[in-house]
Design a binder for this molecule. Structure first.
Ligand code: ADP
Length: 674
């Protein structure tokens, strides 16, 4: 085994790798940029080497600097994590040249999987099933069109150099073919400088099911079962699970064996993932092979009881695989939810800021949190805005899913906008629970996940109002008890009510809608809490309510219906976690006015490092609130920056094609009332 390894990465995956290395008695070296000088991974490692400025192209992507750090510290091997240099054949080769072990596959395997059409050629020869289609060298329009016509529409055109969903176009009929081909080629040329295309049958309801494989240098290969990663937004995974639902032992074995064939066809070593599309009829097709550890590997660890990073180190050090196929068994069910600093309601726009409060669910055999940040840390514009991976495990899918919802409702993050509500709504939605899932899940279930229903909301409002009233009463009692004034009216259990208005009026806002809620206290009996009745009126609808609160749980009885809810309050923002999802409200205080919700969106500065894709306005334009102003691309996705209010564009500082640093002012803007 190695004495010392260097981790050429940052954030949660660097911390994850350091943890295992520590357990194995292997020393670790971290690398860091300016933005990361106090990062968790730097503190956890035995040594750390500075490699440059914050932008990753000036630090984490510079193979030479990483190798120099390894040579300087005497690290014998480099673990690249995922992203950055992990699938860079040149870097892998440079490690070998410098006598450093690359903890990953051989160079040739990385190169073989670099082009989609070359990968398909190799898989075809190895008898691995492919989506019907054409991936030949002859790129003439007629040949590609004939292939599409012969297999029948819809088809999918894909750039062979593609990645991140770029250079892909669905074509639904023959008449759309030419336009689709031109658009896909244009996008491929501008994104990858190569417009070679392949065409595939477009599956309309596929699932994304991938197999974890492992090979050592002694001719052994095993598969550690599958992960279902069908829930995707813009072709990026959101929640992953293992094992896949509705999976027979026979299909699992067939897919596992195919994945091993794929790996062996390219002389694979180490951890790899073979991604398949699984069609409704149970046919499956090779999509691509990722030649590294995947973000979602923890779900496989939870159900197999194996530490995949330990396996990687052992294999890289020349040992045989720790288990044979027969020794590997599936135990229970696991989910992973990717917690991001992003605004799901604004097209998943990345968010930045300081994690002023970071309270996580308690870790146990059921709950695991892989993270690279602590309370007080900054989610910067420079890197992927992932805050943590929340992983849960239980005996069955049903139980594990309940754990996921509970853990999500216990997460408390202030300071940056997160996708926790979105994940909670998704995890508690009926079709997700009922396994009615394919890659179109989020689009199909938009109204469930984003709660567009007004009626549903009306039933939740009384709970929030009651919570606010009860917690206010409780606070008043506590401060009276602490005042040490024996004559304080608060010390008298009932007296305080005499001075209080019997009717409270609250204004609660949900998105842009405001609701006036009248709460009348009925003095049916003495005391506080469940024996006090409240009559709540919203839009002339009456609710007869009782409730008690304890910490952030409220038990309520509304019109005879008893239930419970978890509530979190951050200043005047209130989140209500229910079985059917989370609802967010703003409590509008009479003397403060409404909080400016747009404050959270970062105004008109770039929310991340990226490229300007298009500028939709020019200086002098008058714009309306929420009108799209510019489109930026970062983290493989396009993000639209919208006007925070009605106003005038004074100046535009960037044009299409420009690289933009996060935090840079994009345009000068004056609001109407200035
Ligand atoms: P990229 O490398 O750009 O991420 P992939 O080939 O891995 O592209 O495909 C990404 C996603 O696109 C898949 O997870 C799946 O959701 C969808 N997809 C790819 N090929 C097909 C197909 N033939 N039919 C339907 N969906 C597909």
């Amino acid at each position: 085994m190695f004495n010392k390894i260097l981790i050429a990465n940052r954030g949660e995956i660097a911390c994850r790798i350091i943890n295992t290395a520590k357990q194995m008695g292997v020393l670790t070296v971290a690398v860091y940029s300016d933005a990361d000088k106090d990062a968790l991974h730097v503190h956890m490692a035995d040594e750390a080497i500075y490699i440059g400025p914050s932008p990753s192209r000036e630090s984490y992507l510079l193979g030479d600097k990483v190798i120099a750090a390894a040579l300087k510290t005497g690290a014998q091997a480099i673990h690249p994590g995922y992203g950055f240099l992990s699938e860079n054949a040149g870097f892998c080769r440079a490690c070998t040249t410098n006598n450093i072990t690359f903890i990953g596959p051989p160079v040739a395997a990385i190169e073989a999987m670099g082009s989609k059409s070359a990968a398909k050629n190799i898989m075809e020869k190895a008898n691995v099933p492919l989506v019907p289609g054409y991936h030949g060298d002859d790129q003439s329009r007629d040949i590609i069109k004939k292939a599409a016509d012969d297999m029948g529409y819809p088809v999918l055109l894909k750039a062979t150099a593609g990645g991140g969903g770029k250079g892909m176009r669905q074509v639904w009929s023959e008449s759309e073919f030419d336009e689709g081909l031109a658009a896909a080629k244009r996008e491929a040329m501008s994104s990858f400088g190569d417009d070679t295309m392949l065409v595939e049958k477009y599956l309309t309801q596929p699932r994304h099911v991938e197999i974890q494989v492992f090979c050592d240098n002694h001719q052994h290969a095993v598969y550690l079962f599958e992960r279902d990663c069908s829930v995707q937004r813009r072709h990026q995974k959101v929640i992953e699970e293992a094992p896949a639902f509705k999976m027979s032992a026979k299909l699992r074995a067939q897919m596992g064996e195919s994945a091993i064939k794929s790996a062996q066809a390219i002389g694979y070593q180490g951890a790899g993932t073979v991604e398949f599309l699984l069609d409704v009829d149970g046919s499956f097709y090779f999509m691509e092979m990722n030649t590294r550890l995947q973000v979602e590997h923890p779900v496989t660890e939870m159900i197999s009881g194996q530490d995949l990073v330990e396996w990687q180190l052992r294999v890289a050090a020349g040992e045989v695989l720790p288990k044979t196929q027969e020794q590997l068994v599936i135990n229970g069910h696991a989910f992973e939810a990717r917690i991001y600093a992003e605004d799901a309601n604004n097209d998943f726009l990345p968010a930045t800021g300081k994690l002023s409060l970071l309270q996580t669910p308690i870790e146990s055999e059921h709950v695991r949190i892989d993270t690279g940040v602590r309370q007080g840390d900054e989610v910067s514009v420079y890197y992927d805005p992932m805050i943590a991976k929340l992983i849960v495990w239980d005996e069955s899918r049903e139980k594990a899913l309940k754990r996921l919802a509970k853990a999500l409702s216990e997460y408390r993050i202030n300071g940056v906008t997160t996708n926790i509500d979105f994940l909670y709504n998704l995890a508690t939605s009926k079709p997700f629970i009922e396994e009615d899932i394919d890659t179109g899940f989020i689009e199909k279930n938009h109204s469930l996940i984003f709660h567009d229903g007004a009626q549903e909301l009306l039933n939740e409002l009384p709970i929030v109002a009651l919570y606010l009233i009860l917690s206010n009463e409780k606070k008043a009692h506590i401060s009276a008890a602490q005042s040490n004034d024996p004559h304080s009216p608060w010390h008298h259990p009932n007296a305080w009510r005499l001075n209080e208005a019997h009717t409270h009026v609250l204004v609660l806002a949900h998105n842009d809608d405001e609701y006036t809620v009248t709460v009348e206290q009925l003095f049916q009996s003495q005391g506080q809490g469940s024996d006090v009745n409240y009559l709540i009126n919203i839009d002339n609808k009456q609710f007869d309510c009782q409730g008690t609160i304890s910490n952030n749980i409220i038990l309520v009885n509304i019109n005879g219906h008893r239930s419970q809810a978890t509530i979190s309050v951050d200043e005047n923002n209130i989140s209500l976690y229910r079985e059917n999802g989370v609802f967010n409200f703003t409590h509008i205080l009479p003397d403060c006015g409404q909080l400016d919700i747009d404050d959270k969106h970062g105004g008109l500065t770039a929310p991340m490092n990226g490229t300007m894709v298009s500028v939709l306005i020019k200086a002098g334009d008058f714009v309306k609130k929420n009108q799209p102003l510019v489109i930026m691309e970062a983290m493989k996705m396009e993000h639209t920056i919208k006007a925070p209010s009605d106003g005038t564009i004074d100046e535009v500082f960037f044009q299409a094609g420009d690289m933009v640093d996060g935090g840079a002012e994009l345009l000068a803007f004056s609001t109407d009332d200035e």
